[in-house]
Design a protein around this ligand. Structure first.
Ligand SMILES: [Zn+2]
Ligand SMILES: [Zn+2]
Length: 286
């Protein structure tokens, strides 16, 4: 199992010299086993790079798992180049909180006003499938599980398993406990934390929303629905997972800032902490 980061930025794309190394594209991760159809996690502007890679590899099918519909997770969707090919098939797996309206939301977003094409105007075949909370289902050759996150409007976390390897994708979420409670406070997990910890249990790789730098920053902006590195580390450790990728970087977090973040966690064990970088691939077999 391999994971490639095509976009690691939250909120808004921030291209430019200050973000050249970690990347400015919004959220998109590709999971592949090198043989079967790829699985895409979120469709931010990183989709543009992913689409070119899919075209180069001749992929004819993919599944897209969407955590929620905020722009940094869907803004690249109409620029996924294989959608302009009639031989390409995309299945979009959508949290059931959006219900039967999921396709309608997309039809408004891609309806000829905010983008020149409307959804039915794309040559590719695009199917929308609701994903139920707490369910376990097969997506191509990958086994998927879901858990609830703490984010305005709702969002789901995903666990992806294949051939004895596993990845937990946790974006976007605020801590699932009140201040002074739960794993970050050194106390037993809350019920919501426990569900997410079970989803993350023993995975090889955790990808976790770390939009904020610190607990203090989180407390100033609690309603935004994001986490900070110490919380991601506490949850990953509680789940007994080996390696953590800090993800969903703030638009103000330039390369220098993210280097300092990486340096702060460089000697940490259980989990080993990485800062996700656009273009980076993690090979779980290697
Ligand atoms: Zn986001
Ligand atoms: Zn969001």
């Amino acid at each position: 199992l391999k994971a490639t980061f095509w976009g690691v930025r939250g909120s808004i794309p921030v291209p430019g010299p200050e973000t050249a190394r970690y990347g400015g594209n919004t959220l998109c991760v590709e999971i592949t086993d090198g043989e079967n159809d790829p699985l895409i996690l979120d469709a931010g502007t990183g989709c543009w790079l992913l689409g070119k890679s899919l075209q180069a590899s001749g992929a004819s099918r993919a599944d897209l798992l969407l955590t929620h519909f905020h722009l940094d997770h869907v803004g690249g969707f109409p620029f996924l180049m294989p959608l302009f090919s009639s031989s390409f098939q995309l299945r979009v797996m959508v949290p059931e909180i959006f219900g039967q309206s999921a396709k309608d939301y997309f039809a408004r977003f891609i309806g000829g006003v905010f983008h020149p094409l409307s959804l039915p105007g794309f040559p590719a075949s695009i199917e929308f499938v609701p994903v139920h909370l707490g369910s376990s289902f097969a997506c191509g050759t990958y086994q998927i599980r879901t858990a609830k996150l703490n984010h305005p409007g709702g969002a789901y976390a995903f666990r992806i398993e294949k051939g004895g390897h596993s990845i937990a994708y946790v974006s976007d979420t605020a801590p699932l406990a009140e201040v002074g409670e739960g794993v970050a406070a050194g106390k037993p997990p809350t019920a919501d934390e426990q569900q997410l910890i079970e989803l993350m249990n023993g995975v090889d790789m955790v990808i976790f929303d770390c939009f904020f730098y610190s607990a203090e920053e989180y407390l100033e902006k609690r309603s935004w629905g994001h986490s900070y590195p110490d919380y991601a580390v506490a949850m990953t450790a509680a789940a007994g997972a080996r390696s953590l990728y800090l993800y969903h970087h703030a638009q103000d977090a330039n390369d220098e800032f993210l280097d300092r973040l990486a340096a702060r966690w460089a000697t940490h064990k259980d989990p080993v902490v990485h800062v996700a970088q656009e273009g980076g691939t993690v090979d779980l077999e290697g």
